[in-house]
Design a binder for this molecule. Sequence first.
Ligand SMILES: CC(C)(COP(=O)(O)OP(=O)(O)OC[C@H]1O[C@@H](n2cnc3c(N)ncnc32)[C@H](O)[C@@H]1OP(=O)(O)O)[C@@H](O)C(=O)NCCC(=O)NCCS
Length: 165
Amino acid sequence: MDVYLRSIVREDVPFVQTFCAMASVSALTSIPHPYPVDGARRWFAQVTSKARAGVIWPWTIVCDDQFAGIIALKRTEPSTGAVDYWVAPPFWGQGVATRAVGHVVLHAWDQGLQILSSYCLSSNVASRKVLEKNGFVLIREAPMASGKHAGQAFAYYCLRLERAD
Ligand SMILES: CC(C)(COP(=O)(O)OP(=O)(O)OC[C@H]1O[C@@H](n2cnc3c(N)ncnc32)[C@H](O)[C@@H]1OP(=O)(O)O)[C@@H](O)C(=O)NCCC(=O)NCCS
């Protein structure tokens, strides 16, 4: 199975709309449910604007030439970044997220970032495995202060990109 990342394009919007509207995708993320009818269109406008500003690198995950999800790297400080992702249900359990995060780690390395972070609900076993298989280390678990999952335990992970020099 060939998994690669490419820049998001307007043609991805219908796929994002379809999959983000699925409760199975949104339940463990901050994606709203029910998903607004123009949610993907607005998401695309916001994220491409942030990408132009150099704040975020958003990619489409492509699996065997098909749309398979979204992954983004956000620069949080000059040398740190945060990774966020979801995979479309037809592609779950085939190593797609693990490989997509691996590609982002390499990109972060190329960009000179030193620390990557990510977080997920503590109960999100699949996402925790994705991070751990890419070398992320659990930093702490704590209840979310606000938002859709306020009060639920989140697991915060970090990956230090070590350089020999
Ligand atoms: C979490 C998610 C990204 C995982 O994507 P994926 O492509 O299925 O992940 P992978 O195939 O790379 O699997 C990673 C590991 O999790 C395991 N796994 C996958 N789905 C699982 C599940 N439902 N329960 C337990 N383990 C699961 C896999 O077996 C694999 O472990 P292994 O290598 O030990 O076998 C995907 O399920 C998803 O997008 N879910 C909804 C949105 C979400 O949770 N996003 C992340 C928010 S932080």
